[in-house]
Design a protein around this ligand. Sequence first.
Ligand SMILES: Nc1ncnc2c1ncn2[C@@H]1O[C@H](COP(=O)(O)OP(=O)(O)O)[C@@H](O)[C@H]1O
Ligand SMILES: CC(C)(COP(=O)(O)O)[C@@H](O)C(=O)NCCC(=O)O
Ligand SMILES: [K+]
Length: 258
Amino acid sequence: MLLAIDCGNTNTVFSIWDGEKFLCTMRTSTHHARTADAYFTWFSTLLEHYGIDPEITEVIISSTVPRVVFNLRVFSDQFFGCRPLVVGKSDCLLPALPRVDQGTIVGPDRLVNTAGAYDRHGGNLIVVDFGTATTFDVAGKDGAYVGGVIAPGVNLSLEALHMAAAALPHVDITKPQRVVGTNTVACMQSGVFWGYVGLVKEICARIKAERDQTMKIIATGGLAPLFAQTEDLFDVIEDDLTMHGLTVIHKYNKENAD
Ligand SMILES: Nc1ncnc2c1ncn2[C@@H]1O[C@H](COP(=O)(O)OP(=O)(O)O)[C@@H](O)[C@H]1O
Ligand SMILES: CC(C)(COP(=O)(O)O)[C@@H](O)C(=O)NCCC(=O)O
Ligand SMILES: [K+]
Protein backbone atom coordinates (compact mmCIF):
# COMPACT_ATOMS: atom_id res chain seq x y z
CA MET A 1 0.00 0.00 0.00
CA LEU A 2 1.00 3.57 -0.58
CA LEU A 3 1.39 6.22 2.09
CA ALA A 4 0.94 9.67 0.55
CA ILE A 5 2.18 12.65 2.57
CA ASP A 6 1.28 16.24 1.71
CA CYS A 7 3.20 18.68 3.82
CA GLY A 8 1.97 22.28 3.64
CA ASN A 9 3.29 25.27 5.57
CA THR A 10 0.54 24.84 8.21
CA ASN A 11 -0.55 21.19 8.16
CA THR A 12 0.85 17.84 7.11
CA VAL A 13 -1.66 15.29 5.83
CA PHE A 14 -1.08 11.53 5.59
CA SER A 15 -3.39 9.29 3.53
CA ILE A 16 -3.20 5.56 2.92
CA TRP A 17 -4.06 4.46 -0.63
CA ASP A 18 -4.88 0.79 -1.18
CA GLY A 19 -4.80 1.12 -4.98
CA GLU A 20 -8.50 1.92 -5.27
CA LYS A 21 -9.44 4.14 -2.37
CA PHE A 22 -8.05 6.07 0.56
CA LEU A 23 -8.35 3.98 3.73
CA CYS A 24 -7.83 6.92 6.06
CA THR A 25 -6.52 10.47 6.26
CA MET A 26 -4.69 11.96 9.23
CA ARG A 27 -3.59 15.51 9.84
CA THR A 28 -0.91 17.01 12.05
CA SER A 29 0.65 20.45 12.24
CA THR A 30 3.79 20.95 10.19
CA HIS A 31 6.89 21.09 12.33
CA HIS A 32 10.32 20.48 10.86
CA ALA A 33 11.82 19.29 14.14
CA ARG A 34 9.33 16.41 14.55
CA THR A 35 11.38 13.22 14.52
CA ALA A 36 10.69 9.97 12.69
CA ASP A 37 9.87 8.35 16.04
CA ALA A 38 7.37 11.09 16.86
CA TYR A 39 5.66 10.65 13.48
CA PHE A 40 5.45 6.92 14.02
CA THR A 41 4.01 7.19 17.53
CA TRP A 42 1.27 9.53 16.29
CA PHE A 43 0.68 7.50 13.11
CA SER A 44 0.42 4.10 14.75
CA THR A 45 -1.85 5.41 17.53
CA LEU A 46 -4.32 6.75 14.96
CA LEU A 47 -4.18 3.56 12.89
CA GLU A 48 -5.02 1.58 15.99
CA HIS A 49 -7.89 3.96 16.71
CA TYR A 50 -9.27 3.43 13.20
CA GLY A 51 -8.68 -0.34 13.43
CA ILE A 52 -6.51 -0.37 10.32
CA ASP A 53 -3.35 -2.42 9.94
CA PRO A 54 -2.05 -1.53 6.49
CA GLU A 55 1.04 -3.02 4.92
CA ILE A 56 2.79 0.11 3.68
CA THR A 57 5.45 -0.63 1.11
CA GLU A 58 5.72 2.68 -0.69
CA VAL A 59 5.77 6.34 0.31
CA ILE A 60 5.37 9.53 -1.74
CA ILE A 61 5.95 13.00 -0.27
CA SER A 62 5.11 16.50 -1.45
CA SER A 63 6.47 19.19 0.84
CA THR A 64 6.34 22.97 0.60
CA VAL A 65 8.69 23.00 3.61
CA PRO A 66 12.03 21.52 2.51
CA ARG A 67 13.32 20.98 6.06
CA VAL A 68 10.63 18.46 7.02
CA VAL A 69 11.64 16.07 4.26
CA PHE A 70 14.67 14.82 6.17
CA ASN A 71 12.67 13.40 9.09
CA LEU A 72 9.97 12.06 6.76
CA ARG A 73 12.66 10.22 4.80
CA VAL A 74 13.97 8.67 8.01
CA PHE A 75 10.38 7.76 9.01
CA SER A 76 9.85 6.04 5.69
CA ASP A 77 13.15 4.19 5.78
CA GLN A 78 12.99 3.14 9.42
CA PHE A 79 9.38 2.03 9.65
CA PHE A 80 8.47 0.90 6.13
CA GLY A 81 11.92 0.01 4.78
CA CYS A 82 11.47 2.11 1.68
CA ARG A 83 12.93 5.14 -0.01
CA PRO A 84 10.20 7.70 -0.56
CA LEU A 85 9.48 9.37 -3.87
CA VAL A 86 9.77 13.12 -3.27
CA VAL A 87 7.92 15.39 -5.71
CA GLY A 88 10.21 18.07 -7.08
CA LYS A 89 13.36 15.93 -6.83
CA SER A 90 15.01 15.03 -10.11
CA ASP A 91 14.27 11.30 -9.74
CA CYS A 92 10.51 11.95 -9.46
CA LEU A 93 8.97 12.07 -12.93
CA LEU A 94 5.96 14.23 -13.71
CA PRO A 95 3.30 13.30 -16.29
CA ALA A 96 3.90 16.69 -17.97
CA LEU A 97 6.86 19.03 -17.51
CA PRO A 98 6.11 22.49 -16.08
CA ARG A 99 6.51 25.38 -18.52
CA VAL A 100 8.00 28.08 -16.31
CA ASP A 101 11.04 30.38 -16.31
CA GLN A 102 14.34 28.56 -16.23
CA GLY A 103 15.62 28.13 -12.68
CA THR A 104 12.18 28.56 -11.10
CA ILE A 105 11.26 26.02 -8.46
CA VAL A 106 7.51 25.49 -8.46
CA GLY A 107 5.92 24.50 -5.14
CA PRO A 108 5.50 20.70 -5.28
CA ASP A 109 1.91 21.03 -3.99
CA ARG A 110 1.10 23.05 -7.10
CA LEU A 111 2.60 20.42 -9.41
CA VAL A 112 0.66 17.73 -7.56
CA ASN A 113 -2.62 19.70 -7.71
CA THR A 114 -2.17 20.19 -11.43
CA ALA A 115 -1.48 16.49 -12.04
CA GLY A 116 -4.45 15.43 -9.91
CA ALA A 117 -6.84 17.88 -11.54
CA TYR A 118 -5.72 16.99 -15.08
CA ASP A 119 -6.24 13.30 -14.37
CA ARG A 120 -9.84 13.97 -13.31
CA HIS A 121 -10.84 16.77 -15.65
CA GLY A 122 -8.48 16.97 -18.63
CA GLY A 123 -6.66 20.17 -19.65
CA ASN A 124 -7.22 23.93 -19.40
CA LEU A 125 -7.82 24.20 -15.68
CA ILE A 126 -7.39 26.62 -12.82
CA VAL A 127 -6.85 24.99 -9.42
CA VAL A 128 -7.51 27.30 -6.48
CA ASP A 129 -5.93 25.97 -3.28
CA PHE A 130 -6.86 27.66 0.01
CA GLY A 131 -3.80 26.76 2.06
CA THR A 132 -1.39 28.93 4.05
CA ALA A 133 -1.14 30.83 0.81
CA THR A 134 -4.01 30.92 -1.68
CA THR A 135 -2.59 29.61 -4.92
CA PHE A 136 -3.96 29.50 -8.42
CA ASP A 137 -2.29 26.76 -10.46
CA VAL A 138 -2.92 26.81 -14.18
CA ALA A 139 -2.82 23.59 -16.24
CA GLY A 140 -2.44 23.81 -20.01
CA LYS A 141 -4.21 21.67 -22.56
CA ASP A 142 -1.71 18.84 -22.01
CA GLY A 143 -1.96 19.05 -18.22
CA ALA A 144 1.39 20.77 -17.71
CA TYR A 145 1.70 23.39 -15.00
CA VAL A 146 2.07 26.63 -16.96
CA GLY A 147 2.19 29.13 -14.11
CA GLY A 148 -0.22 30.71 -11.69
CA VAL A 149 -0.81 33.20 -8.94
CA ILE A 150 0.21 33.31 -5.27
CA ALA A 151 -1.88 35.41 -2.89
CA PRO A 152 -1.79 35.55 0.92
CA GLY A 153 -3.89 32.89 2.58
CA VAL A 154 -7.24 33.73 4.14
CA ASN A 155 -6.17 33.04 7.73
CA LEU A 156 -2.80 34.62 7.10
CA SER A 157 -4.53 37.83 6.05
CA LEU A 158 -6.63 37.90 9.21
CA GLU A 159 -3.57 37.08 11.29
CA ALA A 160 -1.57 39.85 9.62
CA LEU A 161 -4.23 42.40 10.65
CA HIS A 162 -4.09 41.14 14.22
CA MET A 163 -0.28 41.16 14.30
CA ALA A 164 0.12 44.63 12.88
CA ALA A 165 -2.70 46.56 14.53
CA ALA A 166 -2.87 46.78 18.32
CA ALA A 167 -6.67 47.08 18.46
CA LEU A 168 -7.49 44.24 16.06
CA PRO A 169 -8.17 40.88 17.73
CA HIS A 170 -7.51 37.35 16.52
CA VAL A 171 -10.52 36.45 14.36
CA ASP A 172 -11.67 33.27 12.67
CA ILE A 173 -13.01 33.49 9.16
CA THR A 174 -16.71 33.10 8.56
CA LYS A 175 -19.16 34.45 6.04
CA PRO A 176 -20.41 37.77 7.43
CA GLN A 177 -24.15 38.48 7.31
CA ARG A 178 -23.58 41.90 5.81
CA VAL A 179 -20.84 43.77 4.03
CA VAL A 180 -21.00 46.76 6.36
CA GLY A 181 -19.78 45.49 9.73
CA THR A 182 -21.07 47.16 12.88
CA ASN A 183 -18.28 45.84 15.14
CA THR A 184 -14.54 45.25 14.75
CA VAL A 185 -14.76 41.50 14.21
CA ALA A 186 -17.53 41.83 11.60
CA CYS A 187 -15.54 44.54 9.79
CA MET A 188 -12.45 42.33 9.64
CA GLN A 189 -14.41 39.28 8.50
CA SER A 190 -16.11 41.34 5.83
CA GLY A 191 -12.84 42.73 4.53
CA VAL A 192 -11.26 39.32 4.22
CA PHE A 193 -14.30 37.30 3.13
CA TRP A 194 -15.64 39.69 0.47
CA GLY A 195 -12.12 40.70 -0.45
CA TYR A 196 -11.36 37.05 -1.24
CA VAL A 197 -14.57 36.58 -3.21
CA GLY A 198 -13.46 39.53 -5.34
CA LEU A 199 -9.89 38.25 -5.56
CA VAL A 200 -10.95 34.82 -6.77
CA LYS A 201 -13.37 36.23 -9.35
CA GLU A 202 -10.96 38.78 -10.72
CA ILE A 203 -7.96 36.49 -10.94
CA CYS A 204 -9.91 33.67 -12.61
CA ALA A 205 -11.48 36.10 -15.10
CA ARG A 206 -8.08 37.55 -15.95
CA ILE A 207 -6.48 34.13 -16.34
CA LYS A 208 -9.25 33.09 -18.74
CA ALA A 209 -8.91 36.34 -20.70
CA GLU A 210 -5.12 36.08 -20.84
CA ARG A 211 -5.25 32.50 -22.07
CA ASP A 212 -8.27 33.18 -24.27
CA GLN A 213 -9.85 29.89 -23.14
CA THR A 214 -12.80 28.58 -21.26
CA MET A 215 -11.23 26.95 -18.23
CA LYS A 216 -12.67 24.75 -15.54
CA ILE A 217 -12.07 26.07 -12.00
CA ILE A 218 -11.39 23.47 -9.32
CA ALA A 219 -11.16 24.49 -5.68
CA THR A 220 -9.44 22.60 -2.89
CA GLY A 221 -8.40 23.25 0.72
CA GLY A 222 -10.46 23.49 3.90
CA LEU A 223 -11.93 26.90 3.17
CA ALA A 224 -13.15 26.18 -0.36
CA PRO A 225 -16.71 25.23 0.78
CA LEU A 226 -17.00 28.49 2.74
CA PHE A 227 -16.32 30.52 -0.38
CA ALA A 228 -18.57 28.37 -2.51
CA GLN A 229 -21.53 29.19 -0.24
CA THR A 230 -22.05 32.59 -1.71
CA GLU A 231 -21.33 32.77 -5.37
CA ASP A 232 -20.62 30.55 -8.27
CA LEU A 233 -16.87 30.85 -7.92
CA PHE A 234 -15.88 27.27 -8.79
CA ASP A 235 -17.00 24.50 -11.11
CA VAL A 236 -16.02 21.77 -8.63
CA ILE A 237 -14.70 21.43 -5.08
CA GLU A 238 -12.45 18.48 -4.32
CA ASP A 239 -10.97 18.20 -0.87
CA ASP A 240 -8.83 15.19 -1.80
CA LEU A 241 -7.27 16.76 -4.90
CA THR A 242 -3.68 16.97 -3.62
CA MET A 243 -3.84 13.39 -2.33
CA HIS A 244 -5.26 12.21 -5.63
CA GLY A 245 -2.43 14.03 -7.44
CA LEU A 246 0.11 12.17 -5.30
CA THR A 247 -1.37 8.81 -6.32
CA VAL A 248 -1.31 9.90 -9.98
CA ILE A 249 2.36 10.89 -9.81
CA HIS A 250 3.25 7.73 -7.92
CA LYS A 251 1.53 5.55 -10.53
CA TYR A 252 3.21 7.45 -13.36
CA ASN A 253 6.63 6.85 -11.80
CA LYS A 254 5.96 3.13 -11.35
CA GLU A 255 4.84 2.76 -14.94
CA ASN A 256 7.73 4.77 -16.34
CA ALA A 257 10.59 3.64 -14.11
CA ASP A 258 13.54 2.28 -16.08
N1 LIG B 1 -12.02 23.15 7.39
C1 LIG B 1 -11.38 24.27 7.76
N2 LIG B 1 -12.04 25.30 8.35
C2 LIG B 1 -11.39 26.41 8.72
N3 LIG B 1 -10.09 26.62 8.54
C3 LIG B 1 -9.40 25.63 7.96
C4 LIG B 1 -9.99 24.41 7.53
N4 LIG B 1 -9.01 23.64 6.98
C5 LIG B 1 -7.89 24.35 7.05
N5 LIG B 1 -8.11 25.54 7.64
C6 LIG B 1 -7.15 26.60 7.89
O1 LIG B 1 -6.71 27.06 6.65
C7 LIG B 1 -5.33 27.38 6.71
C8 LIG B 1 -4.59 26.57 5.71
O2 LIG B 1 -4.63 25.21 6.10
P1 LIG B 1 -4.11 24.06 5.14
O3 LIG B 1 -5.03 23.96 3.99
O4 LIG B 1 -3.92 22.85 5.96
O5 LIG B 1 -2.74 24.74 4.72
P2 LIG B 1 -1.37 24.14 4.17
O6 LIG B 1 -1.72 23.13 3.11
O7 LIG B 1 -0.68 25.34 3.63
O8 LIG B 1 -0.64 23.54 5.33
C9 LIG B 1 -4.86 27.12 8.12
O9 LIG B 1 -4.86 28.34 8.81
C10 LIG B 1 -5.91 26.15 8.65
O10 LIG B 1 -6.06 26.28 10.05
C1 LIG C 1 3.01 29.02 -2.69
C2 LIG C 1 3.26 28.05 -1.54
C3 LIG C 1 3.87 28.80 -0.37
C4 LIG C 1 1.90 27.45 -1.11
O1 LIG C 1 2.11 26.62 0.00
P1 LIG C 1 0.96 26.15 1.02
O2 LIG C 1 -0.03 27.25 1.13
O3 LIG C 1 0.33 24.92 0.42
O4 LIG C 1 1.65 25.82 2.29
C5 LIG C 1 4.16 26.87 -2.02
O5 LIG C 1 3.61 26.26 -3.14
C6 LIG C 1 5.57 27.33 -2.34
O6 LIG C 1 6.38 27.49 -1.45
N1 LIG C 1 5.86 27.55 -3.64
C7 LIG C 1 7.17 27.92 -4.13
C8 LIG C 1 7.09 29.02 -5.14
C9 LIG C 1 6.22 28.70 -6.35
O7 LIG C 1 5.37 27.80 -6.33
O8 LIG C 1 6.39 29.40 -7.36
K1 LIG D 1 -1.61 23.18 0.06
